[in-house]
Ligand binder design. Structure first.
Ligand code: SF4
Ligand code: SF4
Length: 366
């Protein structure tokens, strides 16, 4: 019979950075559309795994020179490549023993609810009255919390004692009964410093309005998140206030024209990586500011020789003549993607751009 200890040893040897187990009873009271028992009615246990995002994957964003690594290796690479292999291989161990196991690790784009938790209009219907409309969406961060792997911070991000907000979560649902771990009760991880709200480029997190939920018999509180504001800002965009101005950064969002913000050096939003990776803001507030706050308080187990922030944070000054020229030129160019631009051309453009001083200038901010 497979034990919790065997599961943990296998999960860690496969590549998880931390692993915890929760029983299904902890999901009591979950909304129908977010209840794992809607997916697996006989589910007995949930196995949660934490996968670290390398601190180095945020370095290029921090320096303002290399943005794709966080989206690709830190976000999409873990979510779509590394994590599925670990989660699926762990499921093989369980199914070889005669129990069912569902590997989970990304938010289904097929989900029946939108980002705010409301039913998507005109999208799907329950197959039988009383069941959830497909797809049910499991909140991975809630799963990690209920598996005892850490806290949910004021930012609504999952915080692990090893990596803070710098992690992604994989889950396994199984009808195998396993000894659960307790809900996390170690050193306090989120101290409500609100650095996440102060440094969020979209001002997406409220500093005073909060949401309270009951999870596993405890009350958890996080700041109210404006998902639409985050949606725009995390891509590096900003709403155009002037009705006469053009919104060239990306297509209109929520009926609003979008331009490049001072937090993106790109004239147009770069193409998506690994399906959804497009976090141009690099978690400026919710990941980077929180990680810095936690490292300063010395509460994280994953320690580094040097502090992450070595300089003041930058913003882009789009009002300089050079940058206005680059932006104006970019308005007429289709989104840059490697499929229509050879590496040679990119290199030539970079060398020419550098010679001409045509690259958007980055200015330090206070
Ligand atoms: S930045 Fe501060 S308030 Fe926000 S989640 Fe992190 S520790 Fe909590
Ligand atoms: S992803 Fe970016 S825009 Fe969204 S909450 Fe985090 S810091 Fe703010």
């Amino acid at each position: 019979m497979i034990t919790s200890e065997m599961i943990k040893q296998r999960g860690m040897s496969l590549g998880a950075d931390a692993i915890g187990i929760g029983n299904i009873e902890r999901w009591k009271g979950a909304p129908l559309q977010m209840d794992p028992r809607q997916i697996m009615p006989e589910c007995k246990s949930m196995i949660g795994m934490v996968f670290r995002v390398m601190r180095g994957s945020l370095r290029g964003v921090e320096e303002g020179t290399f943005f794709s690594n966080y989206s690709s290796m830190g976000y999409g690479g873990i979510t779509y490549l590394f994590m599925p292999m670990v989660v699926m291989n762990l499921c093989r161990m369980i199914e070889d023993d005669g129990f069912e196991a569902i590997p989970m690790g990304h938010q289904s784009d097929w989900r029946g609810i939108d980002n705010e938790g409301a039913m998507r209009q005109g999208y799907s219907v329950p197959v039988v009255p009383g069941k959830a409309a497909p797809d049910v969406m499991l909140q991975l961060r809630i799963g990690a919390y209920l598996c005892g792997l850490g806290e949910i911070g004021y930012s609504k991000m999952f915080l692990s004692p090893q990596f803070g907000p710098r992690c992604r979560v994989g889950l396994v649902l199984t009808d195998l009964e396993l000894e659960p771990d307790p809900i996390y009760s170690g050193p306090q991880l989120c101290n409500k410093c609100k650095a996440c709200t102060v440094h969020c480029p979209g001002q997406a997190m409220s500093r005073d309005k909060t949401v309270r939920v009951e999870l596993g018999g405890k009350t958890i509180e996080w700041g109210e998140l404006d998902c639409k504001a985050c949606d725009i800002a995390f891509r590096g965009g900003k709403v155009v206030d002037d009705p006469a101005a053009k919104g060239f950064y990306t297509e209109a969002m929520y009926g609003k024209k979008i331009t490049a913000s001072q937090y993106s050096p790109f004239v147009k939003k770069p193409s998506n990586l690994y399906n959804t990776g497009q976090a141009v803001c690099g978690g400026r507030g919710c990941v980077r500011a929180c990680m810095i706050s936690m490292e300063k308080r010395n509460v994280l187990k994953n320690k580094f020789k040097k502090e992450f922030r070595r300089d003041r944070q930058w913003t882009v000054d789009w009002s300089t003549p050079e940058n206005r020229r680059v932006a104006a030129a970019g308005e007429h160019i289709a989104q840059v993607s490697l499929s229509n631009t050879s590496a040679g051309n990119l290199m030539k453009a970079a060398v020419e751009g550098e010679k001409n001083g045509a690259l958007p200038r980055i200015k330090e901010a206070d």
